[in-house]
Ligand binder design. Structure first.
Ligand code: 1GP
Length: 236
């Protein structure tokens, strides 16, 4: 089944974000075991800043050991790896940086078109997570204030009307605060496309609240990076 169809049908499913610079073979092998147990809907690989040349190794490692889809979450076009299954084509619609609304897309479009990757057009919306994050700093954009669900909802509706297929509400990796529940609830009520929520989710209790607020998919990176067995305790 196509990844977007899986996302659209998903309720309360988990995507695990792998930062290619912070990934060991030991950790990957644990993630593969949890993926085989059905705990992970798909892997996301990438990040705002990636310095080590490990993308291909990680993609090949996962693809050769389990059937869980591998989706590129590109911080820049150099992170696109043809061996993966899909790609989030991110439009940073909470920001006003033209490069991240259309510029990078133009640069990468021919490569993406010929890659054979399943492209998932995604409205990427940054929500203030209580501290400045890499994604906000590197993208040179200001997140939406966390107490402004109306702005988040209007932004998500605009993304849906523009034809995007997925909304990703992002507090930023390692955020102090996850995306607030009222923001998730408001966005969920406002659009008919699926919603993915990530940044700062640290435990099972928080994850449950994010799901109850309406997230189809939750993304966890840092907490699982620090303690992969967290996956065992999650009710998914
Ligand atoms: C970042 O939303 C993801 O893009 C995951 O964030 O690392 O805080 O889990 P964390």
């Amino acid at each position: 089944m196509k990844i977007l169809s899986q996302i659209t049908q998903a309720t309360q499913q988990l995507a695990v974000l792998i930062d290619p610079d912070k990934c060991s073979e030991e950790r990957l092998s644990l993630l593969v075991e949890y993926a085989k147990e059905g705990k992970i809907l798909f892997f996301l690989i990438g990040g705002s800043l990636v310095f080590k040349n490990q993308m291909k190794f990680i993609v090949d490692y996962l693809k050769s050991r389990c059937n869980t889809p591998v989706v590129i979450f590109p911080g820049n076009p150099s992170q696109i790896d043809e061996g993966a299954d899909g790609l989030l084509l991110l439009s940073l619609i909470s920001g006003r940086n033209p490069d991240l609304l259309i510029g990078r897309h133009v640069e990468a479009a021919p490569l993406i078109k010929q890659s054979g990757l399943e492209v998932i057009p995604t409205g990427y919306i940054l929500i203030d997570g209580g501290k400045n994050t890499s994604v906000s700093y590197i993208s040179n954009t200001t997140p939406i204030p966390s107490d402004k669900p109306d702005i988040a909802a209007a932004t998500a509706i605009a993304g849906e009307l523009l034809g995007l297929k997925l909304i990703y509400l992002e507090a930023g990796s390692g955020a102090l605060n996850a995306v607030p529940i009222p923001v998730i609830e408001r966005v969920k009520k406002s659009v008919d496309i699926p919603i993915m929520v990530g940044g700062g989710i640290k435990d099972a209790e928080q994850l449950k609240k994010v799901f109850e607020a309406g997230a189809n998919i939750a993304v966890i990176g840092t907490a699982i990076e620090q303690y992969p067995h967290l996956l065992a305790s999650l009710d998914i």
